[in-house]
Each structure stands twice: as C-alpha cells, then as structure tokens.
Design a protein around this ligand. Structure first.
Ligand SMILES: *[C@@H]1O[C@H](CO)[C@@H](O)[C@H](O)[C@H]1NC(C)=O
Ligand SMILES: *[C@@H]1O[C@H](CO)[C@@H](O)[C@H](O)[C@H]1NC(C)=O
Length: 538
C-alpha cells in the first residue's frame, strides 16, 4: 500500500514537473509567406498558421489577400492586388466555365491564369512591406513557410531569413512539389488526378493517361523551372548573400500536404519529408450556426441540400441560362436548399425552399445532421469537409484539379458528377434524387469519414509536432531524400545503363576476337584467305 502510494506520489511529482517545464520551442517566431491569389489555398495555409498560433508561437503572415482564418497571435501583412488585376483574374475565371473540360483546355486555362498569378506573386516579394521583414534586423525567424503555387523560387526564403524552410501545398503529392523533396515520381505511381480505387490495378487506359500526364508534367516543369529561374534572378540574382537557385532548391526541410492518402489515396510511397495534414482547415468540433441558417436547417423535414461553387467562382461567372436551369431544378425539390450566391440583391429567383447566402460557414453547415447532399465545384477543401462529416456530393467541377477530384469522388462512390457548362434540368434533378434516395452514397461517405479521422496524430498535432521538430533541429537535412541532389541522369540510372551497354559491347567484341582466334588454331587459316595468299605468292 505504502509502495503504491509512493509510486503514485512519484508519478504525481513527475507530472507536475513536466507540466511546469518551459515547453522548449514554444514562443518561436514563425513567418508564413502566402502569395498565391487563391482564397481556398489561403484557408489551408492559414489553418496551419492558426494551429501554430494557438500553440503559443509568434506568427507573422504576409499574403496578397485578407485572410478568413486568423488568430490574435498572428500579425498579418496584406499586399493586395490592384483592382485592375482582380478584374483580369475575374474574366479568366468566367472564361473557364464556358468550355467543357478536357485535359488540354484544363492545361490551357490553367496556364493562362497561371502566368498572371505567377507575375503577381513576384511583385508581392518586391513590395517594401515584405522587404521590411528582412531588412529590419530586429526580426528573427526560426522557420519560414511558403505556400506552393508554381512559385518554386520562393524556396530561397530560407536563405533570405537564414532559417529552415517548410512548404505548404493544399493537395496530395504532385510532381512539382515532389521534385523539391526527392519524393519518387514513377509511372507506376498514380498521379494526383488519376483516380484509382484502393487495391485495384491501373488498367491500360489509366496507365496511358498516367504516363502521359507524367511526361506532360515533366515538360511543364522544364518550362516552369525556366520561369522560376528568371523570377529568382529578378528578385535575388544580384544579391551576393543569396545562394544560387539550384542550391536553394536543395534546402527544403519538409512539406505539409493537405491530404490523407490512407483514406483518400493515392496509395503511393512517400519520403519522410511528406507530412500529411489532410483536413487541417476542418474544425474538430463545429461552431454554432448563425440563427437563420440553424432554423432553416432544423425545419428541413425532408433533409437539406447545400449548394456552393466555392470562393473563386462567383454566380456572375456562370452563364445566365445555366443559372436558370439550376434554379428551376432546386426550387422544385422538396428539400431545403442553402445556395451560396454573392449578390443578395439580385438572386436567380425566389422560392420558399431556397435560402441565399453570400457567405457561408460551410464546415459548420455540413456538420448539421439534416444536410443530405452537397452540390459542389469539387474543390479540395469542400470535398474534405463533406467527407469529414459523411455527406455525399454532386460534383460540378470547373477547372484546375477539380475534374480530377470529382472523378475520384465518383470512383469511390461518394456521389455523382455532371458538367456545369451543359447542365440540363432533368438530369440535374435526377442526380440529386439518386444521391439523396439511394443510401449507398451516404454509407460510403460515412465509412470514409471514420477512416479519415482515425490517425496516430491529428492534422493539428502533426503541424505542431513537425514544425517544432524542424525548429529544434534547425532544419531537417538528416531526413532528406538523396534524390534531391541527384539530377535526371543519376536518379534514373541512365549513366549506369550506358556503362552497362558499353561493357556488353566490349564483351561482345572481345568474345568475337577470342572465338576467331580459337577457330584459326583448330581449323587453320580460312580457305579463302589461303587461296588469296597462294595467288599472292604466284
Ligand atoms: C514576433 O515576431 C516579430 C517578427 O520577428 C517580432 O518583431 C516581434 O518582436 C515578435 N514578438 C514577440 C512578442 O516576440
Ligand atoms: C539552408 O537552410 C539553412 C537552415 O536550415 C539555412 O541556414 C541556410 O542558409 C540554407 N542554405 C541555402 C543554400 O539555402
């Protein structure tokens, strides 16, 4: 008994000591640089920053948009786009809705808006408000984050601030990010937009698609690398204190990916520097809903539908006849509908079962038990939220990675997909009815939800652990994949293959000479030769 008490006392004392110990890397100075002009990307990056701020770190963030997610420990610096640039991006966006998506048109539209988005990101880093961060000698950062969006030159932020650098990417592993981590890219490993059901082989068509996009990405990467080199030179080329772009590219400690491959795929090998934090933007417990939304959902006896095409695509980008089709369909179903629509003054039409909202607490709405269906553009964030809460989906993907995400959710049985640009009322209504009335979609989504949340560390815990790990060890060169420092030739063993060919050829030649020699010894000189010799002697 006494023994039990003493050991209990010892445990208690140890516990008190541990609790009162200063947490080693708490209160670190963390900088986040998120120049990509995409609200959904910023939500993911800011959710990482908020997690670190909640942990007690001193977080400074620079972005080109005011953030929706924030925290009192975050000092935010916004370098906004000009009104003109906003307009150009807006127009690019509505152009994309009008064309049905093929891989080519996807690449085409992506590359158009990309070049605007790329140039703007460089300008953010040329802004005095950014320069102040490193020119002011009182600023000292323990780690710097950058949000990846075709801006590889930003790997140099580590050297700029003389601290380790961590990348944040809002999707699963993809070639341009993998390159910086030495994460293997094999044609046998499915790309992020090639949907393969768990445990199923890739058929011929999928392998062809996969290999083609693998090669496509490599080509694209060559082009991007050239662009990035130019941006790098423009920003830091004449600065003798900065490393070369090639050197800087070999110095990324690790990257956070907003994905969870165990439940979402792709099932593929990843190096230890790939840290998955899928669902970081999702609150583990929903906040209370605004009163009007809560009442609207509570009284949905037949269930409710949430309809949102995300934050990039505004209602005015969608052709009016499509909006009319959508309205006709949604106003004639018995479910309550919450429709995300920016211009509350000019709604597509009035109906008792439709509530228009220009801003939605989407995550909290999806958590409501009456929500039976989410009609979505299949953006990564929204899809994760719906799956987290076990809500099936009807996908209307528009551009970028959305068609791939939509295919994947259809393949996994979480819902259906239609084309927004050619949407028909009858077919739209039939799809809504099918998903709500056939229980298989909801069941699949609920099963996923259980797998998604079953992890050794939650997304938030992973962010804290791995960020502090990098801070504690001043970077993570010890866990860097050797592929990072191997060029194309070495990482594909091309030199070894060439050497092997040369050796084989030499062996072949030596062999030939040897047997010729043996032949002569055994059978004497070949006849032709001796005849010739005789002629010569005559
Ligand atoms: C937080 O970090 C910023 C940037 O390094 C620094 O200027 C500021 O003094 C820090 N605040 C605290 C309380 O450490
Ligand atoms: C590499 O990272 C370390 C911190 O981990 C930093 O001090 C150094 O300047 C970086 N070097 C290059 C070449 O970027």
């Amino acid at each position: 008994m006494v023994q039990l008490l003493t050991s209990f006392g010892a445990i208690l004392v140890a516990f008190v000591i541990i609790q009162s110990m200063p947490k080693e890397s708490n209160g670190s100075n963390i900088l986040g640089v998120f120049t990509s002009h995409s609200p959904s990307h910023l939500i993911v990056h800011m959710s990482i920053m908020r997690t670190l701020a909640e942990r007690g770190h001193n977080v400074t963030v620079l972005s080109s948009m005011p953030p929706k997610v924030t925290h009192e420990n975050i000092k935010h610096i916004v370098v906004p786009l000009s009104a003109e640039d906003e307009k150009v991006l807006d127009e690019g966006m509505s152009g994309m809705v009008k064309t049905k998506q093929s891989f080519l048109s996807m690449m085409n539209s992506a590359s158009k808006s990309q070049s605007i988005l790329m140039y703007k990101q460089v300008e953010v880093l040329e802004d005095p408000r950014f320069k102040e961060l490193y020119l002011n000698k009182d600023n000292k950062f323990d780690v710097v984050f950058f949000g990846f969006f075709f801006n590889t030159y930003q790997v140099a932020l580590g050297a700029r601030f003389n601290c380790p650098v961590i990348m944040s990417w809002c999707g699963p592993p993809m070639p341009l990010v993998n390159e910086l981590l030495g994460n293997p890219e094999l044609s046998s490993v499915p790309q992020m937009h090639v949907a393969v059901a768990p445990g199923q082989p890739m058929n011929f068509k999928k392998r062809l698609h996969n290999l083609a996009s693998n090669i496509g990405f490599s080509m694209f990467n060559i082009y991007l690398n050239r662009k990035n080199q130019l941006f790098y030179d423009r920003l830091w080329g004449i600065d003798p204190s900065m490393p070369s772009f090639e050197e800087a590219k070999q110095n990324v400690s690790l990257a956070f990916f907003n994905g969870h491959s165990l439940s979402e795929g792709p099932i593929r090998p990843n190096v230890p520097a790939v840290i998955e934090i899928g669902g970081i933007q999702i609150k583990s417990k929903p906040d209370p809903l605004p009163k009007d939304i809560k009442e609207f959902l509570d009284m949905a006896n037949y269930g409710a539908v949430l309809f949102s095409l995300g934050s990039n695509l505004k209602g005015e980008h969608i052709p009016p006849e499509i909006v009319t089709t959508i309205f006709k369909a949604l106003s004639s179903i018995k479910q309550q509908v919450i429709w995300k629509w920016e211009d509350i003054e000019k709604v597509p039409g009035k109906s008792a079962n439709i509530l228009y909202k220009n801003w939605l607490p989407q995550d909290d709405i999806l958590a409501h038990p009456n929500v039976k269906l989410f009609i979505t553009h299949a953006g990564k964030g929204g899809v994760s939220e719906a799956l987290f809460h076990g809500v099936p989906m009807l996908a209307l993907p528009v551009f970028a990675d959305q068609p791939g995400t939509a295919d994947k959710l259809v393949e996994n049985g979480y819902g259906l997909r239609l084309e927004l640009a050619i949407l028909k009322e009858k077919q739209f209504k039939a799809a809504i009815k099918e998903i709500i009335e056939n229980p298989k979609y909801t069941q699949k989504a609920k099963t996923f939800s259980q797998l998604y949340s079953d992890r050794p560390l939650s997304a938030q815990e992973s962010v804290v652990y791995w960020t502090e790990y990098v801070i504690r060890h001043r970077g993570a060169p010890h866990m860097q994949s050797s592929l990072v420092k191997m060029g194309f030739v070495a990482s594909n063993n091309l030199d070894i293959y060439i050497l092997a060919l040369v050796v084989l050829y030499i062996l072949f030649v030596v062999n030939k000479i040897f047997w010729k020699f043996v032949w002569r010894k055994v059978f004497g000189e070949p006849k032709i030769d001796s005849q010739n010799n005789q002629k010569k002697r005559e």
